[in-house]
Write a protein that binds this ligand. Structure first.
Ligand SMILES: C[S@@+](CC[C@H](N)C(=O)[O-])C[C@H]1O[C@@H](n2cnc3c(N)ncnc32)[C@H](O)[C@@H]1O
Length: 309
């Protein structure tokens, strides 16, 4: 929606040549607008609308030199850290951004000092308790993600990741919403009725502009990408403990005992018998030394016979 993009960007310092991510760009009209109005380079990313369709629109608008369409999920973005000067979300943030951990992820992609701008459908005031009667018919599950400007400010600011420069509502936003509904979806009687009955008490448009703080530590282990695995850190280790530490301990004991003139060593251990067999094949362990009571509890599959003395 262009009027939302315009409202948002009047409060953002966008300059030619900046790299901007238009996240949840829909049909990329906001991306085209950003390129034409500010001369920025725009990565136009969206989930429901494919890159090929958006590319045709971008080419027809004559801005393919500076608007790059992508099909992407906001929770699994294919960009380098610190790549963007600014990220904008026009009427899309509530679909993915209210997860408590999301800002920590999104902030990775904007450089320190860079801007995160959000504008979209929201609430003029939070709904405490149950849904007001006049909104009940209109309310669907996705609408729980709509919030007020103070809510959004607190949600993002308390992480310490951004300084919030601005968080406000659009004056008479509900009127714009209503006009827009009447123009593009006049048959959507439920939404139109809700807006008319509400008269801007709850429904409206919110805007927030944050700036990524310098020196903020971001955590990769809680990124929202559900398919994310940690970077490889494999170091080969022995499969059985007996191959390493246990062997060293028993060798140490036996050698120490021999040095002080002991002829027999009794080792009380939780090790199974096959391990002693393995070890004893070179050291000669006396069968007589094995407690009789150990036999029934030894796993047969693992119980090798001890070398006879
Ligand atoms: C209401 S539309 C707004 C589109 C456009 N920004 C505009 O203002 O016309 C919401 C957009 O959010 C996008 N969206 C929702 N979830 C998303 C996600 N996980 N990743 C990327 N985009 C997402 C949808 O694909 C959709 O185009």
């Amino acid at each position: 929606m262009l009027w939302l993009t315009e409202w948002l960007t009047t409060a953002m310092d966008l300059r030619p040549g900046m790299r901007v991510l238009d996240l949840g760009c829909g049909r990329a009209s906001s991306s085209i607008f950003l390129r034409r109005e500010f001369g920025v380079e725009v990565w136009a990313a969206d989930l429901w609308f494919g890159a090929s369709e958006n590319f045709q629109r971008i080419r027809d608008a004559g801005v393919e030199d500076g608007v790059f369409p992508l099909h992407a999920d906001a929770r699994s973005l294919p960009f380098a850290s610190d790549f963007f000067d600014a990220i904008v979300c026009v009427d899309s943030f509530y679909y993915f951004g209210t997860d408590d951990l999301y800002l920590n992820y999104l902030a990775h992609f904007v450089k320190p000092g860079g801007l995160i701008g959000i504008a979209g459908t929201g609430l003029v005031q939070e709904i405490e308790g149950s849904i007001p009667d006049h909104l009940r018919e209109f309310w669907t599950q996705d609408l729980w993600a709509l919030h007020s400007a103070p809510w959004l400010r607190r949600h993002l600011e308390r992480t310490g990741i951004v300084d919030v420069d601005l968080a406000d509502i659009m004056p008479d936003g509900w009127q714009f919403w209503l006009d827009w509904q009447r123009a593009v979806a006049p048959d959507n009687a439920t939404e139109i009725r809700a807006l008319e009955a509400d008269e801007g008490r709850y429904l409206g448009y919110v805007r927030l502009i944050g700036r990524r703080r310098d020196q903020v530590r971001l955590e990769e282990y809680c990124w929202p990408d559900t398919m994310r695995s940690f970077p490889p850190q494999y170091t080969k280790k022995p499969l059985l403990r007996g191959e390493e530490l246990g062997r060293k301990i028993v060798s140490y004991l036996v050698e120490k005992a021999a040095r002080v003139g002991m002829s027999r060593v009794f080792v009380l251990t939780t090790r199974t018998i096959d391990w002693f067999e393995q070890w004893g094949s070179s050291r000669r362990i006396s069968r007589a030394c094995r407690p009789r009571s150990a036999t029934p509890t030894t796993t047969p599959a693992r119980a090798g016979s001890l070398p006879s003395s």
